[in-house]
Write a protein that binds this ligand. Structure first.
Ligand SMILES: *[C@@H]1O[C@H](CO)[C@@H](O)[C@H](O)[C@H]1NC(C)=O
Ligand SMILES: *[C@@H]1O[C@H](CO)[C@@H](O)[C@H](O)[C@H]1NC(C)=O
Ligand SMILES: *[C@@H]1O[C@H](CO)[C@@H](O)[C@H](O)[C@H]1NC(C)=O
Ligand SMILES: *[C@@H]1O[C@H](CO)[C@@H](O)[C@H](O)[C@H]1NC(C)=O
Ligand SMILES: *[C@@H]1O[C@H](CO)[C@@H](O)[C@H](O)[C@H]1NC(C)=O
Ligand SMILES: *[C@@H]1O[C@H](CO)[C@@H](O)[C@H](O)[C@H]1NC(C)=O
Ligand SMILES: *[C@@H]1O[C@H](CO)[C@@H](O)[C@H](O)[C@H]1NC(C)=O
Ligand SMILES: *[C@@H]1O[C@H](CO)[C@@H](O)[C@H](O)[C@H]1NC(C)=O
Ligand SMILES: *[C@@H]1O[C@H](CO)[C@@H](O)[C@H](O)[C@H]1NC(C)=O
Ligand SMILES: *[C@@H]1O[C@H](CO)[C@@H](O)[C@H](O)[C@H]1NC(C)=O
Ligand SMILES: *[C@@H]1O[C@H](CO)[C@@H](O)[C@H](O)[C@H]1NC(C)=O
Length: 834
């Protein structure tokens, strides 16, 4: 979760979500009917499939999934969506009791900041039967409900109809798009364009110009981050072309200003015929509202508006619209967007006839969201990145969320895109000295665990070092970026880097230690130590790859620092030994391991970045984070009392509701049974997790998508695999579908997984007795693997070919890994790199 969970919010939201799911009036039933029909057709005619038809963009738009269902291309900087009132960080939510503020071109998907992110440059179509002066333009005045059960969207297309029967549609390119509005017959189209309001209410000055001859409105200004220091501002610009190449004629136009509260709607100030607004930041607080108001001549039913966006300048915003949309029709842009989506989604092929339709829909919807972010803002840079020659991505939000499953999934099929994002991380080191943990709205955002970017770029190096140079990545520079994070203490570690000076001195991040050279919020010492140690392990792997012998020694040692926050005396529910934060004199600071878990009796406890988060773990409990040493689980098993106790403890973890499925540190717990040589229990737990918490409805995500983090853990679960980030090891769990092929166009290879003895009855929460689902053997290109629990990326995803996973119902016969457990550092695992 990258959300700043504010104390009371958690309980309030829990109750609200139950109420909302009863209402459930969105999206249009047409959406699911269309998807189901497409899946049925694909079963009959698998040669001619449009992969966008299997995607349900509304999954995660209820129940605080914070997914943006708006029109976007893969990694699009523009994501057109409406913005709604209430808790709607991505703009849109299904809740029909919320009202629409307008349609806007920029959003992030799956981030849970309290007020939202972007939502600038909203346009709202209006009916003003009494004329220009009576139009309701201010935010609260113009709000309208939607027409229930009419929301429609698919990859590249978004539509919503207001309760006054105005239909709004949008489609997009990377930095521009088209909006189409259909007005009820016999009405004059009016529009207001909002200069100041964004979702986080962060306006810090801007200006607007109307050019009535050209039919163009340009605007731009400064706004603040949705998840970072309020002291920083980013610039953004928009260019609205109103005439549809001369097919539409403007009538009235003007600008307006208004206050947020206290006045009636007719008390805003409108200037008919005025063309210019130039507003500085409103220092007394809140948002000084302002914008443009215009109408069209006649009573045209349909209005097309072209929008360009830029983070560089007004001129570039207009140039982007001209270059990317030009005079293309709405349908042209939808088709181009769908073609781009098909190129991404077809990287994974399945057997439609043999796959449970819900699995097909969950899989392609998850893949869709894994290609939705981060936002490609190459050539749209500002601040430290002005005119960079590197690729540039906005909304790395946050690396702590995405390193675990998002980038390892990308490594299976998309080395080109992965390399571009790695290039962008390295450029951040070159320009700012450290890589970002969280970049939100082009600004440095809050650091969550440490420098998780190390694991991301480390994963790239481990999987593609042979192609790195061709892909534009210099491995020595990549390594230098990791070393900077690992060795150089930034002056302020809330926004980048790690508190490495005291971490190196003590072997853990000490609580209440004197640090005379840097500042940051002195919280989360337990989880920061655990994450820092894993980041050090990622450095160690790349050091091994590049033959940095001394560094291998140093970082191997630091990889074990997770042990230094292990307090063997702490007991909870009869289990002994938990991670705890620790004073610099070595004494542990006790907090109850249940604190900040879903079963915490105090649901108002501060568990996130707040200064009174005393438990020592970020958005997690000690019960949860104590399992976090993915590189050295064998030792953790020992610390927890050996295989039997470890298994009992995991069972209890799930049974007692300490598992927090929507939280990234919990991602690896369902498969942890593998490390106690009990892989069939991982299979059961993953099935239980998928069917308890995920489905194809808008509420089908257990919390924030976290920029595709949840999408990609689900994708891995369905594929029956699980990655160890920063390494080439992949664990074998058990696929939810009988066959799939992953294409890696760059390497020119395809890998087909076939599940021998696949039983469709296994695709449910509890696998019934007698149903095959437990892995008996793994055969890679004809050779049976020694272990049925893990294989190496190099033997499978860099070679291509055929992998056969044979499953059985005889659980007891196969409840061990065979010749080898998944790797652990302290038992000689990860000793060589490929
Ligand atoms: C939509 O449904 C909600 C919940 O049932 C209801 O409160 C609202 O009035 C409906 N909106 C319209 C425009 O009918
Ligand atoms: C609006 O009027 C036109 C012509 O009078 C007609 O063709 C069209 O179907 C009408 N549209 C609606 C939504 O009623
Ligand atoms: C807006 O006003 C400021 C001074 O208040 C001026 O410096 C700036 O150039 C103006 N900007 C525009 C776009 O007119
Ligand atoms: C970036 O490039 C533009 C266009 O070449 C130039 O006008 C601008 O001065 C450059 N900015 C910086 C900070 O170098
Ligand atoms: C990002 O945009 C640049 C510039 O258009 C393009 O070259 C690159 O392929 C894009 N990358 C992704 C991942 O979308
Ligand atoms: C590291 O050493 C190995 C074995 O000596 C060698 O094969 C490899 O090319 C070296 N790698 C680098 C990056 O120097
Ligand atoms: C790490 O290095 C320190 C200092 O040299 C040493 O005391 C410690 O035993 C080492 N830890 C491991 C696990 O090797
Ligand atoms: C370590 O410091 C803490 C906090 O000042 C104190 O409570 C504890 O007794 C100290 N431990 C030792 C061994 O001195
Ligand atoms: C757990 O079981 C595995 C496989 O039988 C064994 O190698 C390992 O030593 C056991 N671990 C502990 C801590 O007993
Ligand atoms: C789960 O908890 C319930 C009661 O809380 C208990 O009856 C049951 O035995 C537990 N199951 C496991 C597997 O621990
Ligand atoms: C498919 O998903 C829908 C919506 O969550 C659910 O009602 C249905 O039971 C699921 N079907 C299967 C076979 O799991």
């Amino acid at each position: 979760m990258s959300a700043l969970k504010l104390g009371g919010l958690v309980t309030v939201l829990g109750v609200a979500s139950q109420l909302l799911s009863l209402v459930g009036a969105q999206p249009s039933p047409v959406v699911q009917e269309r998807i189901s029909a497409a899946i049925s057709r694909a079963a009959i005619d698998p040669q001619n499939v449009d992969y966008t038809e299997f995607v349900n963009v509304f999954i995660g738009t209820d129940n605080y999934g914070d997914v943006c269902p708006g029109a976007s291309i893969p990694f699009g900087m523009v994501k057109f969506s409406t913005d709604l009132t209430g808790y709607a960080p991505a703009g849109y939510v299904t809740d029909p009791t919320q009202q629409i503020r307008g349609l806007s071109p920029m959003h992030d998907s799956g981030t849970g900041s309290s007020l939202g992110t972007y939502g600038n440059f909203e346009i709202m179509p209006l009916l003003c039967p009494e004329g220009f002066d009576t139009c309701a333009v201010r935010l609260d005045d113009r709000l309208r409900y939607r027409k229930n059960n009419t929301d429609e969207a698919y990859p590249g297309y978004f539509a919503q109809t207001l309760d006054n029967d105005i239909k709004m549609e949008a489609t997009s390119t990377r930095r521009a798009g088209l909006e189409r509005f259909t007005f009820p017959n016999g009405s004059k189209p009016y529009f207001t364009l909002d200069l100041a309001n964004d979702l986080p209410q962060s306006f810090a000055g801007g200006s607007m110009n109307i050019d009535p001859e050209q039919g163009r409105i340009t605007m731009g200004g400064y706004w603040g981050s949705s998840f970072g220091p309020g002291a920083f501002h980013y610039q953004a610009f928009a260019c609205y072309d109103l005439l549809d190449g001369g097919k539409q004629t403007l009538d009235e136009y003007g600008v307006w200003t208004g206050e947020t509260f206290g006045l009636n709607y007719w008390d805003d100030a409108k200037g008919l015929g005025l063309t210019h607004l130039n507003l500085s930041v409103d220092l007394i607080g809140d948002v000084y509202q302002s914008g443009a108001l215009l109408s069209y001549a006649g009573e045209p039913e349909e209005i097309i508006i072209r929008v360009g966006i830029s983070f560089v300048s007004l001129e570039q915003a207009c140039a982007n619209a001209e270059a990317e949309v030009g005079d293309a029709s709405f349908e042209d842009i939808v088709d181009r967007s769908k073609a781009l989506w098909n190129a991404q989604l077809s990287k994974v092929e399945i057997d439609f006839a043999q796959t449970e339709p819900n699995v097909t829909e969950m899989l392609y919807s998850s893949l869709y969201r894994s290609f939705l972010t981060p936002n490609n803002a190459t050539d749209e840079t500002q601040g430290d990145f002005v005119n960079t020659t590197h690729f540039y991505f906005d909304s790395l939000y946050c690396s702590w969320d995405t390193f675990r499953t998002f980038y390892p999934l990308m490594a299976l099929h998309s080395p080109v895109e992965f390399a571009q994002i790695v290039d962008n991380y390295i450029d951040s080191y070159l320009k700012r000295g450290w890589m970002p943990d969280c970049r939100a709205n082009n600004l440095p955002g809050w650091t969550q665990g440490g420098s998780s970017a190390d694991v991301i770029i480390g994963h790239f190096a481990m999987t593609y070092h042979e192609e790195a140079e061709k892909l534009g990545i210099n491995l020595e520079q990549l390594y230098a970026a990791m070393i900077a994070d690992a060795e150089i203490n930034p002056p302020e570690w809330n926004i980048q880097g790690r508190q490495v000076n005291v971490y190196k001195q003590y072997g853990y991040v000490p609580f209440a230690a004197l640090d005379t050279a840097s500042t940051g919020r002195m919280t989360r010492e337990g989880s920061r130590t655990l994450e820092y140690a894993y980041e050090d392990f990622a450095v160690r792997q790349v050091a091994l790859l590049l033959n940095k012998t001394d560094d291998v020694t140093t970082y191997t040692n630091r990889s074990y620092f997770y042990r230094n926050v292990w307090d063997p005396t702490v007991e909870s529910d009869g289990f002994t030994g938990f991670s705890q934060k620790r004073y610099s004199n070595g004494t542990f600071y006790y907090t109850d391991p249940i604190d900040c878990s879903p079963a915490d009796p105090d649901q108002n406890r501060e568990c996130s970045l707040q200064d009174d988060n005393i438990v020592g773990f970020y958005e997690s409990s000690s019960w949860e984070y104590s399992y976090f040493a993915p590189h050295d689980m064998a030792y953790l098993v020992k610390l927890m009392g050996g295989n039997t106790t470890f298994i009992q403890r995991l069972d209890h973890f799930f049974n007692a509701s300490y598992f927090n499925v929507g939280n990234e540190p919990s991602f690896n717990t369902p498969i942890n049974y593998h490390y106690a040589d009990s892989p069939t229990k991982s299979v059961d737990q993953v099935h239980n997790t998928v069917f308890s918490y995920f489905d194809i409805t808008p509420a089908g995500l257990p919390g924030n998508d976290d920029q595709g983090a949840m999408a990609t853990i689900l994708a891995w679960d369905l594929l029956g695999l699980y990655p160890v980030p920063g390494t080439t090891e992949i664990l074998v769990v058990s696929p939810f579908l009988p066959k799939y092929t992953i294409h890696n166009e760059y390497l020119g290879i395809s890998t087909t997984f076939t599940v021998k003895n696949f039983d469709p009855r296994s695709v449910q929460q509890t696998i019934p007795p007698g149903v095959a689902a437990y892995v008996k053997s793994v055969t890679i290109n004809g050779a049976e693997a020694l272990s049925r629990c893990h294989f190496d990326f190099y033997d499978v995803f860099r070679v291509g070919g055929e992998v056969v996973i044979e499953v059985t119902a005889d659980k007891d016969a196969v409840n061990d890994c065979g010749a080898s457990l998944p790797f652990s550092l302290s038992t000689g695992g990860f000793d060589t790199v490929r």
